[in-house]
Design a protein around this ligand. Structure first.
Ligand code: KG4
Ligand code: ZN
Length: 339
């Protein structure tokens, strides 16, 4: 089945054609980085307006670049759950219009499920069951993945998402937006042991996360350096902060794998592009005999190929939406049970 995926939940306008749920024919992503840099982050109304301007061109490019035509598209998958409401509505309206005019099935996809399928697209061999860490600008979540589209929620963040912490600290340090790649780059020149920042909830008997205390601690360390008139080793602050986040993410994910007795882990979402996170996961998992999988870099951050893949899986299970499909900014991922 040839599925057109559409993703507009935040600041990327994206459309993709995916065949058979696993072959990416195109994956066009129009980023709003110019606007983000200008305003220091996502401004929901401006992002939604930009989606409206771009969506038709992005869909056309996703189809034209493959040599296919609209008539070849067999189903439409669109992010309808979790994101900024104005942004989601642009994608949902485009998807409904196409579904109606082409008379083809429509499926609304949860954004987090899209991220889970980004990893399946890159690594179709990921065994079931496995533990999935989805770690992004909007969420940090540990899931036990029993099978296709079947999840148990093991833990999630109680406050900031990990990517959000990266973005806020980078903004505070004057590194620009998005913060994750900036801190990732700067950290390569820093000493990860220069500051011993807290590892929130690391020793607690929970698989939940918390990053707001860490954020405060970094800000205090920065201010203390200024107050004491000391040199400001930005790369050391960045590397030590990153190390604390990586430490918590890796430890909790391994604890989840041990609790559920699984020997495979998948890491998805924008933060899964982080080089130090990948390095520590790979080293630790190798020592413990656990397989770990990451999406290819182009599929880590928001894109429509992952939405098409998730939609394909849902359609194959016999699910579909009709033209009453709506956008739900805060809808949780459907899970069979909690921790
Ligand atoms: O998945 P995504 O594109 O959007 C959401 O669903 O939120 O993730 C974006 C997040 C941002 O917070 C960004 O700073 C973070 O992913 N990110 C990174 C890296 N690349 C992107 N964080 C750490 N290291 C990176 N290399
Ligand atoms: Zn995302």
């Amino acid at each position: 089945m040839l599925v057109l995926g559409i993703e507009t939940s935040c600041d990327e306008t994206s459309a993709a054609l995916v065949a058979g749920g696993d072959t990416v024919l195109s994956n066009v992503v129009a980023t709003q980085l110019d606007l983000l840099k200008k305003f220091g982050g996502v401004v929901p109304e401006i992002a939604a307006r930009r989606h409206t301007e771009l969506i038709a061109y992005v869909i056309k490019e996703a189809i034209d670049s493959t040599g296919k035509t609209l008539a070849d598209v067999e189903a439409i998958a669109v992010t309808s759950k979790q994101g900024l409401i104005g942004c989601l509505l642009v994608g949902v309206a485009a998807a409904k219009s196409l579904s109606y005019s082409l008379r083809i099935p429509l499926i609304g996809v949860h954004h987090i499920e899209g991220h889970i399928f980004a990893n399946t697209l890159s690594n179709p061999q990921i065994p079931m069951p496995h533990i999935c860490l989805t770690v992004s600008g909007g969420h940090t979540m540990l899931l036990y993945v029993q099978g296709s589209c079947q999840y148990d929620l093991l833990g999630s963040t109680l406050d900031d998402a990990a990517g959000e912490a990266f973005d806020k600290i980078a903004k505070f340090l004057g590194l620009g937006f998005p913060g994750g790649p900036a801190i990732d780059n700067l950290s390569t020149r820093g000493d990860r042991k220069a500051f011993s920042f807290p590892r929130p909830l690391l020793r607690a008997n929970t698989l939940d996360f918390s990053f707001s205390g860490l954020k405060t601690s970094v800000i205090n360390a920065f201010k203390n350096k200024i107050a004491d008139d000391e040199a400001l080793p930005l790369e050391d602050i960045a590397a030590s902060f990153q190390e604390a986040i990586v430490d918590v993410l890796v430890s909790k994910t391994l604890a989840a794998a041990s609790q559920r007795k699984v020997s495979a882990i998948s890491v998805t979402g924008g933060v899964s592009a982080n080089r130090r996170l990948r390095e520590v996961f790979l080293d630790t998992c190798q020592r413990m005999g656990i397989e770990v999988f990451f999406p290819e870099f182009s599929l880590c951050t928001d894109n429509a190929a992952m939405i098409a893949a998730a939609g394909h899986a849902r359609l194959r299970q016999g699910e579909a939406d009709d033209l009453s499909l709506d956008a739900f900014p805060n809808a949780p991922l459907e899970v069979s049970c909690g921790s």
